[in-house]
Write a protein that binds this ligand. Structure first.
Ligand code: ISL
Length: 523
């Protein structure tokens, strides 16, 4: 082992696994997952070979946005359990040598949070300024043209106090005012509460949204908008997001985390590379360890496109910035639904061999594809408010299929969302017995990533490749691996020789050739 290998912190070497708690495992028969359920299924997470779990929000919430509307930052929603159940889960996670990250939602709370109830009670309430209140615009309408990410004005009229409040998402999710020092202190206290309890870090929701431009100017019109995309995109969010003042707040969160030692902050940030990279901060004033990189979600599954995406992203990183990659989440369409199962295997190899921390989304290790959601079962508020755009998030939030027993072993009753249609065969137990299953490929890839330092901490260089093929080298010390990915369904002539360590396909790999849909790791 060389120095940088031993020195690399866990969040650089390791892999993060996202659990969507409503849909992982139900332990009390209400059709909704919970903390005790997650604890009961930790074997799956441990044998998969990941290093850390990130839990989507588990806090008390009216669930208007399924937990991203927090009514108490320092509690547990009764449907998920209680603080004792959380402590048990955390201890069980740590006992397996895994880490646990929570989801911190700083941009907005629920309208049912006692802070907002106080804030809206009167203009003179001490908490009035904890949220963003404004008088009507000159025409008596909303204060400016800002549009909610979920459609409609971002301002909601409050008749009782005669002002509008801002909500970047649902009106049930009023935006918090991070320019108010008392609010800022209260939110940092909430982070402290969980750090003191032993959590290993946070994924921070919509971090680039948390400060708005002084004076609330209108956002500029997006010249590229067309009716096929969301209403939000009519405008460029120039004044409502990514304000310079937000970086000081991220730095404050980081200083807090660093005070606890080996903790990590992952920031959810959707921005072009140059602005994205700023969220690392500077070596003297670091911000988040990992600004989430969603470019595999956002870009076409095409070798030439991805080659440029990888090169541009790598080039944009500050010298001290550690990369990361994501291709699935509770918001994004399933990777196997996007590109099909054969290419989803190649995508798994890409994600787990790129330089940087990978984040996996629950169920992608089974290759879950499209899950049709009948109209009467749609639950996603974004989809319900903007139907017909195909932006529904329910299809990625369906319950984990564990086995072929009723309700796939997820619950003893009808789950809150439908199961994947092929759950009787596509489930954890079935794939555990099948050496050709997606689950085995994920386990093999994660095993290799741990065993091979070039994959976890090595350098990376993109190499020349024929059309439709992506080739790169990973190296560390004397060890060097090559990764060859055929992103097409045709055989490709690729000049390679060496020892294949892992292929996405069965049967022998053929030197000089990459079979259709083949991904290959060569020593
Ligand atoms: O496309 C986007 C940004 O360009 C969006 O996906 C946006 O980043 C996303 O909607 C933000 O997601 C997070 O915050 C939301 C919540 O509904 C999502 O589930 C969460 O992941 C509001 O808290």
């Amino acid at each position: 082992m060389t120095n940088d290998e031993t020195d690399a912190p866990w969040w650089q070497r390791g892999t993060i696994y996202q659990i969507y708690p409503r849909s992982f495992q139900d332990s009390d028969g209400d059709g909704i997952g919970d903390l005790a359920g997650i604890e009961a299924r930790l074997d799956h997470v441990a044998t998969l070979g990941v290093d850390a779990i990130w839990l989507s929000p588990i806090f008390p919430s009216p669930m208007a946005d399924f937990g991203y509307d927090v009514a108490d930052y320092v509690g547990i929603a009764p449907m998920f359990g209680d603080l004792a159940a959380f402590d048990r889960l955390l201890a069980a996670v740590h006992a397996r040598g895994l880490k646990l990250l929570l989801d911190f939602v700083p941009n907005h709370s629920s309208d049912q949070h006692p802070w907002f109830q106080a804030s809206r009670s009167s203009r003179s309430d001490p908490r009035r300024d904890w949220y963003i209140w404004r008088d009507p615009g000159p025409d008596g309408g909303p204060p400016n043209n800002w549009i909610s990410d979920f459609g409609g004005s971002a301002w909601e009229w409050d008749a009782a106090t005669g002002q509008y409040y801002l909500h970047a998402f649902l009106k049930e999710q009023p935006d918090l005012n991070w320019r108010n020092p008392a609010l800022r202190a209260a939110m940092l206290d909430a982070m402290r509460f969980w750090f003191d309890r032993g959590v290993d870090g946070f994924r921070i929701d919509v971090l680039w949204h948390i400060v708005k431009a002084e004076g609330f100017p209108d956002n500029p019109v997006n010249p590229d908008w067309h009716p096929g995309i969301t209403e939000r995109d009519r405008l460029l969010q120039r004044h409502s997001t990514d304000q310079p003042e937000a970086h000081a707040i991220a730095a404050e969160m980081r200083a807090l985390a660093d005070g606890y030692g080996d903790r990590v902050l992952v920031g959810e940030i959707f921005l072009p590379n140059d602005r994205h990279a700023r969220w690392y901060g500077t070596p003297d004033t670091p911000e988040v360890h990992l600004p989430f990189n969603f470019q595999l979600v956002e870009n076409a599954w095409d070798a030439a496109v991805l080659r440029r995406v990888i090169a541009d992203y790598e080039a944009s990183l500050p010298a001290f910035g550690w990369p990361n990659w994501v291709f699935g989440s509770h918001d994004a369409p399933r990777i196997a639904a996007r590109i099909g199962e054969a290419q989803a295997r190649v995508a798994a190899m890409l994600l787990l061999t790129l330089r940087g921390t990978p984040t996996l989304y629950q169920g992608d290790e089974l290759g879950i594809g499209e899950v049709p959601i009948p109209p009467d079962r749609v639950r996603d508020p974004q989809d319900l408010r903007q139907p017909g755009l195909g932006i529904g998030r329910d299809r990625s939030r369906t319950p984990m299929p564990w086995d072929a027993s009723p309700f796939a072993g997820f619950s003893t009753t009808e789950p809150w969302l439908p199961l994947n249609p092929d759950w009787r065969t596509r489930n954890v137990a079935a794939q555990d017995r099948d050496p050709t299953a997606m689950l085995q490929l994920y386990r093999d890839l994660l095993r290799l990533r741990r065993a091979q330092s070039p994959l976890s901490v090595g350098t990376m260089s993109l190499l020349d490749a024929p059309d439709g093929v992506l080739v790169y080298a990973r190296a560390h010390g004397d060890a060097r691996l090559r990764i060859l990915l055929n992103l097409t369904a045709q055989d490709a002539i690729v000049d390679w020789h060496g020892t294949p360590l892992l292929s996405t396909l069965e049967g022998p790999s053929v030197p000089g050739l990459l079979r259709a849909n083949e991904g290959l790791i060569i020593a």
